[in-house]
Design a binder for this molecule. Structure first.
Ligand code: SF4
Ligand code: SF4
Length: 192
Protein backbone atom coordinates (compact mmCIF):
# COMPACT_ATOMS: atom_id res chain seq x y z
CA UNK A 1 0.00 0.00 0.00
CA UNK A 2 1.29 3.50 -0.81
CA UNK A 3 2.53 5.57 2.10
CA UNK A 4 0.29 8.59 2.44
CA UNK A 5 2.29 10.48 5.05
CA UNK A 6 -0.82 10.60 7.28
CA UNK A 7 0.00 9.66 10.86
CA UNK A 8 -1.34 6.22 11.67
CA UNK A 9 -2.81 5.96 15.14
CA UNK A 10 -2.03 3.03 17.36
CA UNK A 11 -4.80 0.68 18.44
CA UNK A 12 -4.37 1.85 22.02
CA UNK A 13 -4.97 5.44 20.92
CA UNK A 14 -8.19 4.43 19.20
CA UNK A 15 -9.42 2.36 22.12
CA UNK A 16 -8.88 5.11 24.66
CA UNK A 17 -9.92 7.96 22.31
CA UNK A 18 -6.78 9.96 23.07
CA UNK A 19 -7.36 12.26 20.09
CA UNK A 20 -10.86 13.05 21.28
CA UNK A 21 -9.59 13.86 24.75
CA UNK A 22 -6.79 16.04 23.34
CA UNK A 23 -9.38 17.94 21.26
CA UNK A 24 -11.67 18.40 24.27
CA UNK A 25 -8.72 19.67 26.33
CA UNK A 26 -7.94 22.28 23.67
CA UNK A 27 -11.58 23.35 23.41
CA UNK A 28 -11.92 23.67 27.18
CA UNK A 29 -8.68 25.66 27.26
CA UNK A 30 -10.15 28.22 24.87
CA UNK A 31 -13.47 28.27 26.75
CA UNK A 32 -11.82 29.40 29.97
CA UNK A 33 -9.24 31.72 28.39
CA UNK A 34 -9.80 35.46 28.55
CA UNK A 35 -11.86 37.08 25.81
CA UNK A 36 -9.72 39.06 23.39
CA UNK A 37 -11.22 41.84 21.29
CA UNK A 38 -9.55 42.74 18.04
CA UNK A 39 -9.81 46.51 17.55
CA UNK A 40 -10.71 46.29 13.91
CA UNK A 41 -11.08 48.53 11.95
CA UNK A 42 -10.01 51.44 14.18
CA UNK A 43 -6.66 50.31 15.55
CA UNK A 44 -5.82 46.81 14.37
CA UNK A 45 -6.05 44.61 11.34
CA UNK A 46 -5.64 40.90 10.82
CA UNK A 47 -3.05 40.01 8.17
CA UNK A 48 -3.90 36.55 6.84
CA UNK A 49 -1.35 33.81 6.32
CA UNK A 50 0.69 33.94 3.12
CA UNK A 51 -1.30 31.04 1.69
CA UNK A 52 -4.44 33.23 1.79
CA UNK A 53 -6.00 33.85 -1.61
CA UNK A 54 -7.25 37.42 -1.63
CA UNK A 55 -7.23 40.41 -3.95
CA UNK A 56 -5.13 39.80 -7.07
CA UNK A 57 -2.09 41.81 -8.08
CA UNK A 58 0.05 41.84 -11.20
CA UNK A 59 3.82 41.81 -10.88
CA UNK A 60 6.12 44.16 -12.75
CA UNK A 61 9.81 43.80 -13.61
CA UNK A 62 12.64 46.16 -12.59
CA UNK A 63 11.84 48.42 -15.59
CA UNK A 64 8.28 48.81 -14.37
CA UNK A 65 6.89 46.69 -17.19
CA UNK A 66 4.18 44.18 -16.38
CA UNK A 67 5.29 40.55 -16.40
CA UNK A 68 2.05 39.66 -18.16
CA UNK A 69 2.47 38.56 -21.78
CA UNK A 70 -1.28 38.64 -22.46
CA UNK A 71 -1.36 34.94 -23.34
CA UNK A 72 -4.94 34.76 -21.99
CA UNK A 73 -4.36 31.42 -20.26
CA UNK A 74 -5.73 32.84 -17.01
CA UNK A 75 -8.93 34.00 -18.66
CA UNK A 76 -9.30 30.63 -20.41
CA UNK A 77 -8.90 28.61 -17.23
CA UNK A 78 -11.01 30.87 -15.01
CA UNK A 79 -14.13 28.89 -14.05
CA UNK A 80 -16.14 32.09 -13.56
CA UNK A 81 -15.19 33.75 -16.81
CA UNK A 82 -14.34 36.88 -14.90
CA UNK A 83 -11.00 37.83 -16.51
CA UNK A 84 -10.89 39.91 -19.68
CA UNK A 85 -7.55 40.22 -21.47
CA UNK A 86 -7.08 42.15 -24.69
CA UNK A 87 -3.49 41.98 -26.02
CA UNK A 88 -1.49 44.45 -28.04
CA UNK A 89 2.07 44.57 -29.36
CA UNK A 90 4.28 47.27 -27.90
CA UNK A 91 7.03 49.22 -29.72
CA UNK A 92 9.57 46.47 -28.88
CA UNK A 93 7.34 43.87 -30.48
CA UNK A 94 6.41 42.32 -27.12
CA UNK A 95 2.90 41.14 -26.47
CA UNK A 96 1.37 42.93 -23.47
CA UNK A 97 -2.15 43.45 -22.11
CA UNK A 98 -3.99 46.50 -23.43
CA UNK A 99 -6.93 45.62 -21.21
CA UNK A 100 -6.73 43.39 -18.16
CA UNK A 101 -9.93 43.41 -16.10
CA UNK A 102 -11.11 41.13 -13.32
CA UNK A 103 -14.68 41.19 -12.09
CA UNK A 104 -14.17 40.51 -8.38
CA UNK A 105 -17.92 40.14 -7.86
CA UNK A 106 -17.77 36.90 -9.84
CA UNK A 107 -14.37 35.66 -8.69
CA UNK A 108 -14.34 32.74 -6.27
CA UNK A 109 -10.64 33.17 -5.39
CA UNK A 110 -9.77 29.65 -6.50
CA UNK A 111 -6.24 30.63 -7.59
CA UNK A 112 -6.40 28.79 -10.93
CA UNK A 113 -5.36 31.96 -12.78
CA UNK A 114 -2.21 32.13 -10.66
CA UNK A 115 -1.44 28.46 -11.24
CA UNK A 116 -1.92 28.72 -15.01
CA UNK A 117 0.18 31.83 -15.55
CA UNK A 118 3.43 30.96 -17.40
CA UNK A 119 4.97 34.41 -16.74
CA UNK A 120 4.60 34.54 -12.93
CA UNK A 121 2.54 37.68 -13.51
CA UNK A 122 -0.78 37.29 -11.70
CA UNK A 123 -0.87 36.51 -7.98
CA UNK A 124 -3.49 36.36 -5.29
CA UNK A 125 -2.46 38.47 -2.31
CA UNK A 126 -3.54 38.79 1.32
CA UNK A 127 -5.87 41.78 0.91
CA UNK A 128 -9.47 40.90 1.71
CA UNK A 129 -11.26 44.23 2.05
CA UNK A 130 -13.18 44.42 -1.21
CA UNK A 131 -16.67 45.17 0.07
CA UNK A 132 -18.49 48.04 -1.61
CA UNK A 133 -21.98 49.38 -2.17
CA UNK A 134 -21.27 49.91 -5.86
CA UNK A 135 -20.89 46.72 -7.86
CA UNK A 136 -19.17 48.55 -10.70
CA UNK A 137 -16.14 49.26 -8.49
CA UNK A 138 -15.57 45.51 -8.23
CA UNK A 139 -14.33 45.44 -11.81
CA UNK A 140 -10.62 46.10 -11.32
CA UNK A 141 -8.37 47.18 -14.15
CA UNK A 142 -4.71 46.73 -15.02
CA UNK A 143 -3.59 49.85 -13.14
CA UNK A 144 -5.51 48.72 -10.02
CA UNK A 145 -3.87 45.31 -10.21
CA UNK A 146 -0.40 46.80 -10.58
CA UNK A 147 -1.02 49.09 -7.58
CA UNK A 148 -2.68 46.40 -5.43
CA UNK A 149 -0.85 45.30 -2.25
CA UNK A 150 1.80 42.59 -2.63
CA UNK A 151 2.22 39.64 -0.31
CA UNK A 152 3.23 40.63 3.19
CA UNK A 153 6.45 39.01 4.38
CA UNK A 154 4.64 37.21 7.11
CA UNK A 155 1.04 36.52 7.97
CA UNK A 156 -1.24 35.17 10.64
CA UNK A 157 -0.67 38.27 12.76
CA UNK A 158 -2.57 41.30 14.02
CA UNK A 159 -0.88 44.60 13.15
CA UNK A 160 -1.51 48.22 14.19
CA UNK A 161 -3.82 49.91 11.69
CA UNK A 162 -6.19 52.81 11.26
CA UNK A 163 -9.45 53.36 9.45
CA UNK A 164 -8.94 55.49 6.37
CA UNK A 165 -11.80 57.38 4.74
CA UNK A 166 -11.48 58.80 1.27
CA UNK A 167 -14.64 60.04 -0.37
CA UNK A 168 -17.24 57.35 0.15
CA UNK A 169 -14.62 54.61 0.38
CA UNK A 170 -13.25 53.18 3.59
CA UNK A 171 -10.22 51.01 4.00
CA UNK A 172 -8.03 49.95 6.87
CA UNK A 173 -4.37 50.83 6.47
CA UNK A 174 -1.59 49.09 8.33
CA UNK A 175 0.26 51.88 10.14
CA UNK A 176 3.43 49.92 10.88
CA UNK A 177 4.05 47.40 8.09
CA UNK A 178 7.49 46.51 9.52
CA UNK A 179 6.15 45.48 12.90
CA UNK A 180 6.11 41.75 13.57
CA UNK A 181 2.55 42.05 14.84
CA UNK A 182 0.99 39.75 17.36
CA UNK A 183 0.20 36.14 16.80
CA UNK A 184 -3.56 35.90 17.17
CA UNK A 185 -3.77 32.42 18.64
CA UNK A 186 -1.01 33.04 21.16
CA UNK A 187 -2.80 36.22 22.14
CA UNK A 188 -6.02 34.35 22.80
CA UNK A 189 -4.27 31.71 24.87
CA UNK A 190 -2.46 34.29 26.95
CA UNK A 191 -5.46 36.64 27.18
CA UNK A 192 -3.48 39.73 26.18
S1 SF4 B 1 -9.14 33.25 -8.62
FE1 SF4 B 1 -10.28 31.72 -9.85
S2 SF4 B 1 -12.28 32.65 -10.18
FE2 SF4 B 1 -10.91 34.31 -9.53
S3 SF4 B 1 -10.12 35.21 -11.40
FE3 SF4 B 1 -8.65 33.62 -10.78
S4 SF4 B 1 -9.31 31.75 -11.86
FE4 SF4 B 1 -11.01 33.22 -11.93
S1 SF4 C 1 -1.58 37.05 -16.21
FE1 SF4 C 1 -0.33 35.30 -16.90
S2 SF4 C 1 -1.81 33.82 -17.70
FE2 SF4 C 1 -2.86 35.81 -17.58
S3 SF4 C 1 -2.61 36.71 -19.60
FE3 SF4 C 1 -0.93 37.48 -18.31
S4 SF4 C 1 0.77 36.06 -18.69
FE4 SF4 C 1 -1.08 35.05 -19.44
Amino acid sequence: MARTGVKQHSWIGRVFLFDLLAGLRLTLGYMVSKTVTQHYPDYEKWVPYQRHRGHHFIKTNEDGEVNCVACELCSQICPCDCITVIPFENEKGDRRPKVFDIDLARCLYCGLCEDACPADAIKLGQEYEVSTTNRDTLVVHLEDLIAAPRKAENGGVVRPARLHRKGGLRSVLITDPDSRGQDWWTRIRRGK
